[in-house]
Design a protein around this ligand. Structure first.
Ligand code: 5GP
Ligand code: ZN
Length: 225
C-alpha cells in the first residue's frame, strides 16, 4: 500500500533537485510500489485525454474498418495514401514495449489480415507497416498504433534515412548491450516499463556514429504477382 502523503513529499523533494539529477534520484527515492502507482496515475490521465481511446470506445467518430473486444482499426484522418489505416489495442498503452504479451499474437494476426485486406481493397503494389515509439521517433498520438499504408509506384512517399557510419567495435558494443537487456526482459525484469512516449524527448543514443551516405529503406517497384 502506497502512503500518499509520503509520496507527495518525495515528489516535492524530486522537483527541488536540479533537472540533471532528477532521473538518477527517481531510482533511489521511490520504492517499486510508489513507481507503479505514479505510472498508473500517469496512464489514467493519458487515457482521459487520448483521442485513440475515445475512438476505440466509439465516443469520437472514425471510419472504423475492424472492431473487436481488444482491437480497433480505422482510416487515418490524414492518409499517406487512400486506404491508410491505423490498428490499435483498445487498452491505452503508449509504446510497444508496454503492450502485454497476451495481446501480441492476436495483434500480429490482425495486422496480417488487415494488411491483406488493404492490399486487396486498394489494389496496392506494396505496403508499409510502420509503428512509431516516442515523440523523437515521430509518434504524435501516445497510444500504440500500427500504420498500414498501401503503396503504389511513384506515390511520392518516402520512408528513408541517412545511414550512419559505424565501426566494428560500436556494432559489437551495441549488440552486447541489446543482448544483455533482452535477456533481462526475458528473465522477467521490467525493463520495458521504463520506456515512455515523452521520455524519448530527452533520450539520445550513447555512441552516436557519423552519418554515411543516404540510403533508401524501401523501394517498391514491381506489381504484386
Ligand atoms: P503517429 O505520428 O503518432 O505515428 O501517427 C498518428 C496518426 O494518427 C497520424 O497519421 C494522424 O493523421 C492520425 N490521427 C491523428 N488524430 C486522428 C483522429 O482523430 N482520427 C483519425 N482517424 N486519425 C488521426
Ligand atoms: Zn489511448
Amino acid at each position: 500500500m502506497v502512503d500518499r502523503t509520503k509520496l507527495e513529499q518525495k515528489l516535492q523533494k524530486l522537483s527541488e533537485l536540479p533537472k540533471e539529477e532528477q532521473a538518477k534520484a527517481i531510482k533511489t527515492l521511490f520504492t517499486r510500489d510508489e513507481l507503479d502507482s505514479l505510472r498508473q496515475n500517469a496512464q489514467q490521465s493519458g487515457v482521459q485525454k487520448c483521442i485513440f481511446c475515445a475512438i476505440a470506445k466509439h465516443n469520437v467518430p472514425a471510419k472504423i474498418v475492424y472492431d473487436d473486444a481488444n482491437f480497433t482499426a480505422f482510416l487515418d484522418i490524414n492518409p499517406a495514401n487512400p486506404g491508410h489505416i491505423l490498428v490499435i489495442p483498445k487498452e491505452h498503452y503508449e509504446v510497444l514495449p508496454q503492450l502485454p504479451d497476451a495481446l501480441l499474437n492476436a495483434y500480429m494476426k490482425l495486422l496480417k489480415i488487415l494488411s491483406a485486406a488493404v492490399f486487396e481493397a486498394t489494389n496496392a503494389q506494396g505496403s508499409n507497416i510502420i509503428q512509431n515509439n516516442g515523440v523523437v521517433a515521430g509518434q504524435a498520438v501516445p497510444h500504440i498504433h500500427f500504420h498500414i499504408i498501401p503503396r503504389f509506384e511513384n506515390d511520392g512517399i518516402k520512408v528513408d534515412w541517412t545511414a550512419k557510419k559505424v565501426t566494428e567495435k560500436q556494432l559489437e558494443n551495441i549488440q552486447q548491450r541489446i543482448i544483455t537487456t533482452a535477456q533481462k526482459v526475458i528473465g522477467g525484469e521490467p525493463v520495458s516499463q521504463q520506456v515512455k512516449h515523452t521520455e524519448s524527448k530527452t533520450f539520445s543514443p550513447p555512441d552516436t556514429p557519423k552519418p554515411a551516405k543516404k540510403q533508401k529503406l524501401i523501394k517498391v517497384k514491381k506489381r504484386r504477382p
